[in-house]
Structures are given as C-alpha cells and as structure tokens.
Design a protein around this ligand. Structure first.
Ligand code: FEO
Length: 400
C-alpha cells in the first residue's frame, strides 16, 4: 500500500520492528527510518534509510517512478540511520543529484565513497523548483548534528524535520491521528530525552526560526508524521528544549545489602508530598533510557550508591555518565549511600558527578550511613525527602 502524505508526496521508508538498541538507547517499540518521495515534473527523494534496508527503499521508490527518473536525493542529516542507503540509492538513481549543505557533503564523503555522486550544495537562500512544489531549506546546526537541515515545501506547508519531532516507534500506521496520542507523545519525549536533550539551546533557536514557517504537517525521519496534533508536539518541544521541570523528584540507586535501598525508600516516603510526583528506580530493574526520560522533566535528582572498591557501583556510574552527557539543565540534586569502613566512597563520587553536571546540591555532604542505616539516619533521610519535595515545587514554579 502506498502511503500518501499529500497529493503526489509519499512515504517510502522502512519500519524496523526489531531494532532494540540505538547506541545504548533501548528502543523497545522499534523504530522507522522515514524517507519520502515528491512526484512532480521533477522527482525528489527526501532522506534515506539504514544501509541494511536499502532494498526496501529502492523498491518503494521504484513502485512510484523509474529510478532513472529521480532528479534529486535530499540528505537532511548524514547520520547513517538516514544516509546508510545513499550509496545504493545514488548508484540506482543514475540521474539524481545529491542535495545537501556543504557540511553534510563533507560528512558524507567521510562515510562513503562519494566520488561519483553529483552534488548540489544548497543553503538557505536556495530553492529547488520541482513543478507544483518547491523545496526550501533551513540549516538546523546541532539539532542534531552540525550538518542537520530541515527541508520545507511551502505549497503544502510541509516540513521534513529530520530527527526533530521524531520517535523510535514502529507502527504500521504513519500518522499521529491513527495511533494513541499519549503513546506517540511518550515516545517523542523518550526520543528527545535520549537523543536531543544535550542540544536544548540549538533546538530553541530552531523552534524560534521555524515559528516563521506556516506548517500544516511535520514529517520527521523517525516514527509517525504529525498532521493533527502539531500544537501538542511543538509546545512539548518548547518545554523540553529548556528542560522545563515538573514538581517531580527522581530517585535512583543501586544497593549491595539493602542499606542504600532503605535510604532510598525513606527519602521516597518523605518526598511524597501533595502536588509532588516521586519516582523511584532501582537500577537493577531499569535502564538508562528510562532514566533519561524521567530526568528530562524532573526538578530534583536523588542518586544513591554504596561504596564499592572506594567508588560507586557500576550501574550508578553508567547512569551518571549517560546523564552527564545529556546535560540536563536546571536540576537540584543530592547523593546518598552506605559505606563500610571508609567514609569517603560511593556517595561522595556520586556527589562529585552531580556537581559536575551543574546540579544545585541540596546538601553539601551526601547523606550516608555506615553499613546499615540506624533509625535516626532513616529519620534524616525521610526529612531529606521532604526538603526535596519542597525544592521540586520551588523549581517547578520558576520560569525557565
Ligand atoms: Fe536519526 Fe541523528 O539520526
């Protein structure tokens, strides 16, 4: 079945039901690599798919037009999940020009043998007339890579937004009004948190610039296409791009002999205050993808680790390394944990990480216990939970 976005504009990508790992991001709902085709006096393919699925892309394009009739292949983003099939596509579309910006050309030439490709380098001043449709371009550097670019068809108010507004969300349906909206928004949030959170400022700039476009449809490079719920997804991007905090405390920890776990439980109980959402994850039963998602809109992080070999537990180190890379902004934080015989260990290492992440530390020193927490330490942990709840309310009220 051919999927038509607008008259003579088609989806020609690949739905990847089986992908479960996207450089560390757990894609439990699979993904899709969206490519599009505009059939006009001139024919343009927008973006491609991962290399193993090149045959599917070629078959989808060939079902709409002879491959030698393709005039342009637009590359909005050089990351291989969207460019991997370009060598096959350019080989098959013998008359096509590869349309991209100069940074993208350079990146593609480092990934692939592009010697035989005919490039048409475009910038924002350029337009490509296809007939009834025109292709225009907006550079969107660092949202998500330096060469990232949007393509826009003004006649259809259609934005090809590359990774932005995407989701790792395999579905047979292609449009937002065909799937449960909450599910699509959740996948968009998880995607933003894990892929784009680091680039909040560039994303904010892109949103400001894109506000000047009249947009009726957003066709990203992953997941479903937004044609009905444009306002919810754009407003969500505005909140996410500034890491707007909800009144929410996120607690995560690992534990050896349940002592750090008991501290986490006491903090959790103390933080359960009216108007505050408290989320608690034992790192033995969750993953960094979920943590990034929870971190995006939390106000306060409470991170626990016992001391292991003078440092923190490996799962805590993994989680903090990942979050540090994503650079969540505007969070308060506290470290806690149990130690055995050396009082400077896991919890202090966590505290250092939280400081390096730019978090406002709620306590100068971590909350610790030696071996198992005594009743008075659990009382202190409970009180700390209350302070974290107050802090979460305070941060959530602040304007970003
Ligand atoms: Fe979906 Fe940045 O690639």
């Amino acid at each position: 079945m051919q999927i038509e976005l607008r008259k003579n504009i088609y989806w020609v990508g690949y739905v990847d039901w089986d992908v479960r790992d996207f450089h560390g991001y757990r894609t439990d709902r699979g993904s899709s690599y969206n490519a599009y085709l505009i059939k006009d006096e001139k024919i343009a393919v927008i973006d491609s798919v991962k290399a193993p699925f090149a045959d599917h892309l070629l078959a989808n394009v060939a079902a709409l037009t002879p491959l030698d009739k393709v005039d342009y292949v637009v590359c909005n983003h050089a990351e291989p999940d969207h460019s991997g099939a370009l060598p096959e596509l350019m080989k098959a579309c013998v008359n096509a020009e590869l349309v991209c910006n100069e940074k993208c050309r350079k990146t593609l030439s480092m990934y692939y043998d592009t010697a035989a490709w005919k490039f048409r380098i475009v910038d924002e001043a350029n337009r490509i007339a296809l007939g009834m449709h025109t292709l225009t371009f907006m550079n969107t550097p660092m949202a998500h890579w330096p060469e990232s670019m949007f393509s826009y068809v003004p006649e259809e108010k259609l934005l090809f937004s590359m990774d932005a507004f995407g989701q790792h969300y395999a579905r047979s349906e292609r449009f937002d009004d065909e799937v449960p909206l909450a599910e699509a928004m959740q996948e968009a949030k998880t995607y933003y948190a894990n892929i784009i959170m680091l680039y909040g400022k560039p994303v904010g700039n892109v949103l400001n610039r894109a506000a000047g476009l009249d947009i009726a449809m957003i066709a990203p490079s992953h997941g479903i296409i937004w044609r009905k719920n444009l306002n919810p997804i754009i407003e969500a991007y505005k909140r996410w791009s500034v890491c707007k905090a909800e009144p929410k405390v996120l607690i995560f920890f690992d534990s050896m002999w349940h002592s750090t776990e008991k501290l986490a439980e006491a903090i959790y109980e103390g933080a359960k205050q009216p108007g505050v959402s408290v989320v608690k994850h034992d790192l033995k039963t969750t993953n960094i993808t979920v943590l990034a998602d929870e971190t995006l809109d939390c106000a306060v992080l409470a991170v626990g680790s016992p001391t292991l070999n003078k440092g923190m537990m490996p799962k805590v180190a993994e989680a903090l390394t990942y979050l540090q890379g994503l650079a969540p902004a505007g969070k308060a934080a506290v470290a806690f944990g149990s130690y055995g015989w050396a009082p400077r260990g896991g919890a202090h290492a966590v505290q250092d990480c939280l400081r390096n992440m730019g978090c406002e530390l709620v306590r100068e020193e971590p909350l610790q216990c030696q071996f198992a927490p005594a009743a008075e330490v659990l009382e202190t942990a409970w009180e700390l939970g209350g302070r974290l709840a107050e802090k979460a309310l305070e941060i959530a009220e602040k304007k970003p």
